[in-house]
Design a protein around this ligand. Sequence first.
Ligand SMILES: [Zn+2]
Length: 172
Amino acid sequence: MAADENQPAPTMVASSPQVSAQMSRHPRRNTEPEVALRRLLFAGGLRYRVHLRVPGLARRTIDIAFPGTKVAVFVDGCFWHGCPDHGMVPRSNREWWRQKLDGNRRRDEETAAHLAGSGWDVLRFWCHEDVAAVAEVVTACVRRVQAGSAAGDKLAPGARRAQKTYGSRSLP
Ligand SMILES: [Zn+2]
């Protein structure tokens, strides 16, 4: 729509009915894959916190957090986080969306770097990934860290794990 190109500088709120519609088509929390993953992890005996606030970073949350072992799991929606296979910029309000989605990517990177810097293992996955395979990676990571702590890990907090990521989504 030509009218959209003449809109004022973008603000990060739904600026039109089309934007609202697009937003509700892509839920950000408690998505089906996220809930399915939580179920599998719970069934496997793991206990976690849902949407835990990122310590030291305002208005950021961890989708599935294991605070005891400092493992943070993110299940990134293909739309909101710009999946290379399924991400897209809506045609209507294109520039607004581009900025919004770029901003999301920057926030993702910042959040992951912040957590890694505080000694967390950060695992990122795309929504489209096989949930059973993701659950296996998460379980293996949590168990490994638990085993390390039980064995009396003598490294300084974060020394062993900082900057290390697992899963198929690698960090920049
Ligand atoms: Zn995808």
